[in-house]
Structures are given as structure tokens and as C-alpha cells.
Design a protein around this ligand. Structure first.
Ligand code: BGC
Length: 710
């Protein structure tokens, strides 16, 4: 197809057919087939069962102009082979694996006729009460931007017309993760500077990576809902970033302009959203019911309709749908292919974060005489898939119990007891059996956390603790005196006070996906040394939320009073009187079975000019007694600026593998542009001055070095 052919097609379309291309239907609606045939929807969102090509046949062979249908689905962290939830993926700090997992997800989804996914979600999230924190890469702009762009590359490949690839959709534009109080869909009020410095860059990174589509969010931003927000959708997205792709609303979000109190009725909502820049409406039918009349009344110019339709047709064309509407990979060869499961296992291993490991409790010995495996998540194939499981099936998951059975020696006896049936159950009748299992074993490994439904959309929580039944179960098992290892599976960090006291070893497994079990067993038995690092600050208590590492200094920066000489101790600091101000575990934190030492941090040259780059190097040495991976992190601080700057900001990271006793010099190139922020005139600038840098293993440690920009 050529631009000429596209124009020719456009000229043949009735206004109704044009509006059809701007309207998305749902596969499970009874009128779906009819709507496709009459051209009143141009795309559909697929459902829980695999698609067939029947609807495509209707579109291509029975609709007046034969325009192919585009099938969308939320392929978020896998399609049939499910990878760790995005927050878990982020804990691996491995853009290559992120890209690879997205490539696999695309391939599997495309084999069942899906050519458009609503991912990546790049909403910065600083509040774990918000359930959708599970769906993104956490709190940091740099990490989120890097991984979002990697996902776009993985889903879309080099050429969208390759039938193994699908169009990505970066979401939810914008600032949806900053919902007040962590309540989903809630209001966002933030300065344009914070928006531009913290929340928008991951979207821009995805646009620069060539993302085909973008989704407007549910939230209202500074009084204007994102789905009717011309500043976001026209000024920033089209004029500043030059985005050429399709904008789709989030589900129902056009109609919700009425509920926001921005439009009096659906007709006005259609006008507001469309003129603001939403090309396609998802779920609701306000475009279908009203755009024709709005054009007739001169409230919506025909040329704006044509521009939106062009974008949709071009996307279908780029996906190769006009030429080969039925092309797809062979599902028998791709769904749950061994290569896919191997990547899922590797990704899950790298995503596991060892939070605590006193007295080298882990790794466990495979020859142990007996191991108790306890808890609602030890053998729960469905919950380990987490939120948005695509077409993943819990029955196809490899659970931790299964994997532990396979990993241990023949002589080791497993005492399995669920304890409580599910993370949400209050029934304690299984406690006795669990206690017996622990008493009869040399070690107890407990799998506790959140069920899959406790995180994700509309799954905000006001409490971040484990359920009281799980807490009681932990106490009961602890009381047996059998040493305890806790494996957490959850879509967010949880408040861990008593849990950390109860167990010498705690491993955060997120929702690790189809191959979560073997990945956990690999770490428990030392086949793999844990290397995941937190993509989010882990609060001690919910009262500290929101808590994030790249906060501002304030005029009274908090310092742990115990670290000050008593004469200078005072309480007039930015913190709490009943709780330290630091998180329980800082952003970037994660233990290993080996230890890494950081030395020789240097910046070269120590004075650079605007437009130049500084090289920051450090030597990392594996001083422990086995090989392992380390995620080396680069942080900076702009010491004096016209606008106060965060106390630290991540500007780079590298995952390296080091043999025991070996060293590696790690080098980061830091261009002055990477230090830019929005100044008083809202211009993105790097200011001359002094900068501090750290190369460290988390956001709270490391020896600093400094350099100047002249
Ligand atoms: C969610 C989106 C999702 C869409 C389609 C909405 O409720 O907010 O993230 O892509 O549904 O399933």
C-alpha cells in the first residue's frame, strides 16, 4: 500500500465508515460481527478465549471496503508463557531480557491473531497502595524509560509488518500513577516541572523508540482529564515529541468525561476527547453515536476526522494487514515453546530480590533430610501469574512445590502443608498440619504474600500487611523453632515488620510467572545467586508512603538522630517523631550469595563543558566465595541549581557477571544532556556547576566523587 492508495481508500469512505475506524468494539459483544460487517468498528479488543480468524474474514470479505480488522489485547507480561509481572521484570534491571520477553509475548499473541497490545505501562509509581504499581517498572524515571523502550522494541521488532510482531501502546498517558492517596483512577495535581522531569520522560522514550500507539489515561491532571487534555495530547505529544501514531482512550474514558464534570453529556464528551487528540475510543460508543452529528454541526472539522482515520489505516498498513490479513506464526510451534519457557525461567531468576539472609541461611542444602514447604502460594499456579495473565493458565505454571521436589536429593523428605488455603482466607484449620510439618523438618520454607487479584487495576490497598491469617501462620511456624525462610509473592512491596523479625532469610519473588517455581528453587538451592534489585523503595510502614529515593533535600534534611553527636540531636527535621524517614530497603537494593566491593570511583575529565560527556568509572570486585551477577548503578546529584534538585538520581546501570575473586572496571558515559531538568522558564537545560556522582550497589550507599560543568 502507498500513501496514494491510502488517500484513495479514504476518499471512498463514508463518514460512518471513517468513524468506524475510530471506534473499538469488544469481541464478546453480541453485535460485534455485525459491527465489523457494516464497518462501524475498525478494531476489537479480544477476550479470554483464543481468537479465530472468522472476524477478520468478515472484515476483509464482507465489509463494503474490505478494510482489515485490528485485534488488540492486553499482552502485558506474556501471552501464554507468562513472565514476571512488570515490577518484577524491572527488578532484574535487564533491558535485554525485557526486550526478549516482549518479543516472545508478541510472537505468541500474534499466533492467535492479536496484533496490538496495550503495553508497556510506564507510569511512575511512588505509592505501593496503588494496585497498578505491579504493572509498571516502579518509581524511577531512568529505569522506567529504559525498560519501556526495550518493551516497545521487543513487541514491535524492526518491522511491524513481520507477522511475529505486534503494535505496542504506551500507557497511561499521563501521570496516572500519581493518583492521590494511591486510589486507582484518582485525581492528580502536580507541577508542570515534576510532570516533565519525572512522569513524562518514559513516554517520550517510548515515542523515540517508535511506539505505534499511546493510550490516554483515566486520571484528571491539574483539572483536565488526560483523555480530554490538549496540552498532553496535542502540545506535548504531537507538537513537541512529533508523535505520528494513534492515540486511543483508555476503556470508557471518553464517556467518563461526563463523570469528571468536564462534559454535560456523551456528545460533548466525544467532541472534547476527539478535539483534544484521542483518535480511537475504547469500549464506549460516544464517537459512533455522536461524531457524525458533530461534523454536521461544524463542531468537529472533517479534516481532523480524516487525519485520525489516516493514522489508523496507516497502522493497519504498517502491520501488513492489508496485504496479509491472515498471516501468523504457527501456534503449535510458538505457544509455551521450550525456548520461551527457558527465557521465562531466566527472567524470573533475575527478578528475585534477596531482602535478608542472616547467618547464610540461604542457599539451602539439597541433601537436607527434610524440608517443610508451607503456605498458600507454594503450589498455586494461578496466583504466581499475577495480574493481567494474558492467556496464561495456572495449570501450566510450574510451582515452587513441584520445583523443590525436583531439585532436592532423593533422600530429602518434603513435608508440605498449605496452612491457609489462599492469601485472602481467614480459615485457620490448616495451622496444625503446618506446625506439624515444620516440627518434622530441618527447615521450613513459607510461601506467603498476595493473591493475583490483590494487585493490578482497581486493586489499591489501604493496608500493606500480609493477611492476619498468614501472619499468624508465620508466628505458629516460627514458634516451632525450626529455622524459617520466607518467600514473598506479591504485586507490590508489603509492610514486613514482624515477618522480617520472624525469618532469617526473606526472598521477594513478585509474581514470577509460569516458570516462577523452578526460578525460586534455583535460588533456594544455590544454583543461581540472587541478583535482583528493588525498582522501588520498600517502606517500613504505610505511614511513610509516598516514599522514593529521588526526593528533594528540604531545608531540614532528615538524618538518623542516632548518627549525630548527642549535643546536636534535635527533632526539627523533615521526618517523623515515631519512625525513621528512610525506607526499610532502599531503591536499588538486593543481596547476593557473594559480595561485591566498589573501589576507585573516578570521573574523567573532572571539568567538562556543556555538550560534552564525563566518563565515570569504578572497579567492582567479587570478594565473596562464588560467582554472581551485580547490577552496578550510577547516581548523580546536581549540588546547586536554580531549581532544587533531587538528592540522588539514577543515570545509568550495568548488570555484570563476576567470577569469585575477579574485578571489573565498569565505565559509564555521562553526557551533560543527561543532567538536564526544566528550569524556571520551563526550558530543559543543564546548568553549569558542580555535580556529585556515585557508582554503587543501591541508592543509599557508595563513595561519592565530583566533577564540574563549565
Ligand atoms: C485499563 C487499561 C487496559 C484496558 C483494556 C483498562 O481498564 O486501564 O490498562 O489496557 O482496560 O483492557
Amino acid at each position: 500500500m502507498t500513501e496514494e492508495r491510502l488517500e484513495e481508500l479514504l476518499s471512498q469512505m463514508t463518514l460512518k465508515e471513517k468513524i468506524g475506524q475510530l471506534s473499538q468494539g469488544q469481541i464478546y459483544r453480541p453485535d460485534c460481527e455485525k459491527s465489523v460487517r457494516e464497518g462501524s468498528i475498525g478494531s476489537v479488543i479480544a477476550g479470554g478465549r483464543p481468537m479465530s480468524n472468522d472476524l477478520q474474514r468478515v472484515a476483509v470479505e464482507q465489509s463494503r471496503l474490505g478494510i482489515p480488522l485490528l485485534v488488540a489485547y492486553d499482552v502485558i507480561h506474556g501471552y501464554r508463557t507468562i513472565f514476571p509481572i512488570p515490577l518484577g521484570q524491572a527488578a532484574a534491571w535487564n533491558p535485554k531480557l525485557t526486550e526478549e520477553a516482549a518479543r516472545i509475548a508478541a510472537r505468541e499473541a500474534a499466533s492467535e491473531w492479536i496484533r496490538w497490545t496495550y503495553a508497556p505501562m510506564v507510569d511512575i509509581a511512588r505509592d505501593p497502595r496503588w494496585g497498578r504499581i505491579a504493572e509498571g517498572s516502579g518509581e524511577d524515571t531512568y529505569l522506567d524509560s529504559t525498560l519501556g523502550a526495550a518493551m516497545v522494541r521487543g513487541f514491535q521488532g524492526k518491522n511491524l509488518s513481520d507477522p511475529e510482531h505486534i503494535a505496542a501502546c504506551v500507557k497511561h498517558y499521563a501521570a496516572y500513577g500519581a493518583a492521590e492517596g494511591g486510589r486507582d483512577y484518582n485525581t492528580v495535581d502536580m507541577s508542570e516541572r515534576t510532570l516533565r522531569d519525572v512522569y513524562l520522560p518514559p513516554f517520550e522514550a517510548c515515542v523515540n523508540a517508535g511506539v505505534a500507539t499511546i493510550m490516554s489515561a483515566f486520571d484528571e491532571l491539574n483539572g483536565v482529564p488526560s483523555t480530554g487534555n490538549p496540552f498532553l495530547l496535542r502540545q506535548v505529544l504531537r507538537d513537541e515529541w512529533k508523535f505520528k501514531g494513534v492515540v486511543i482512550s483508555d476503556a470508557d474514558a471518553v464517556h467518563e468525561l461526563v463523570l469528571h464534570g468536564i462534559s454535560a453529556n456523551d456528545k460533548d464528551a466525544a467532541r472534547v476527547a476527539f478535539l483534544a487528540g484521542v483518535d480511537v475510543e475504547m469500549f464506549t460508543a460516544t464517537y459512533r453515536s455522536n461524531l457524525e452529528a458533530l461534523v454536521a454541526e461544524d463542531k468537529v472539522p472533517m479534516q481532523v476526522i480524516d487525519d485520525s482515520v489516516r493514522r489508523v489505516l496507516r497502522l493497519k498498513w504498517e502491520l501488513g494487514l492489508f496485504e496479509k490479513p491472515f498471516a501468523r506464526p504457527n501456534p503449535d510451534e510458538v505457544l509455551l515453546a521450550k525456548e520461551h519457557l527457558d527465557v521465562a525461567r531466566e527472567f524470573a531468576r533475575q527478578s528475585l530480590v534477596l531482602l535478608k539472609n542472616e547467618n547464610r541461611t540461604l542457599p539451602l542444602w539439597k541433601e537436607m533430610p527434610s524440608i517443610a514447604v508451607i503456605g498458600p502460594l507454594a503450589d498455586n499456579g494461578a496466583d504466581q501469574l499475577g495480574t493481567w495473565r494474558g492467556h496464561g493458565d495456572g495449570k501450566e505454571s510450574r510451582t515452587a512445590l513441584q520445583a523443590i521436589r525436583e531439585a532436592i536429593s532423593k533422600n530429602t523428605h518434603i513435608n508440605y502443608a498449605v496452612g491457609v488455603e489462599s492469601c485472602l482466607s481467614t480459615n485457620r484449620s490448616g495451622f496444625d498440619e503446618a506446625v506439624r510439618a515444620a516440627k518434622e523438618s530441618a527447615i521450613a520454607v513459607m510461601f506467603v504474600g498476595e493473591s493475583a487479584t490483590q494487585s493490578g487495576e482497581a486493586a489499591s490497598r489501604a493496608y500493606l500487611s500480609l493477611s492476619s491469617a498468614q501472619l499468624d501462620l508465620i508466628k505458629a511456624v516460627q514458634a516451632t523453632g525450626t529455622p524459617l525462610v520466607i518467600v514473598l509473592m506479591a504485586g507490590r512491596p508489603l509492610e514486613l515488620g514482624e515477618v522480617l523479625d520472624a525469618a532469617p532469610a526473606v526472598l521477594m519473588a513478585w509474581d514470577p510467572g509460569t516458570m516462577g517455581g523452578p526460578a525460586i528453587a534455583d535460588v533456594l538451592f544455590g544454583e543461581y545467586s540472587p541478583s535482583g534489585k528493588l525498582p522501588i523503595s520498600w517502606p517500613r510502614t504505610i505511614g511513610q508512603v509516598p516514599i522514593y529515593y529521588n526526593h528533594k533535600s528540604t531545608g531540614r534534611p532528615w538524618v538518623d538522630p542516632l548518627r549525630l553527636p548527642s549535643a546536636t540531636r534535635h527533632v526539627y527535621l523533615s521526618g517523623y517523631n515515631d519512625m525513621v524517614a528512610t525506607p526499610r530497603f532502599p531503591f536499588g537494593y538486593g543481596l547476593s550469595y557473594t559480595q561485591f566491593e566498589y573501589s576507585n570511583i573516578r570521573v574523567d575529565p573532572q571539568h567538562i563543558k556543556l555538550g560534552e560527556s564525563a566518563r565515570v568509572t569504578a572497579r567492582i570486585t567479587n570478594v565473596g566465595n562464588r560467582a554472581g551477577d551485580e547490577v552496578v548503578q550510577l547516581y548523580i546529584r546536581d549540588l546547586v541549581a536554580s531549581i532544587s534538585r533531587p538528592v540522588r538520581e539514577l543515570k545509568g546501570f550495568q548488570r555484570i557477571t563476576l567470577e569469585q575473586g575477579k574485578s571489573q572496571d565498569v565505565e559509564f558515559v555521562l553526557p551533560s544532556d543527561a543532567l538536564a531538568f526544566h528550569n524556571g522558564e520551563m526550558k530543559r537545560v543543564t546548568e553549569p556547576g558542580r555535580y556529585r556522582v556515585w557508582v554503587s550497589s543501591d541508592s543509599a550507599s557508595g563513595q561519592p566523587a565530583e566533577f564540574d560543568i563549565e
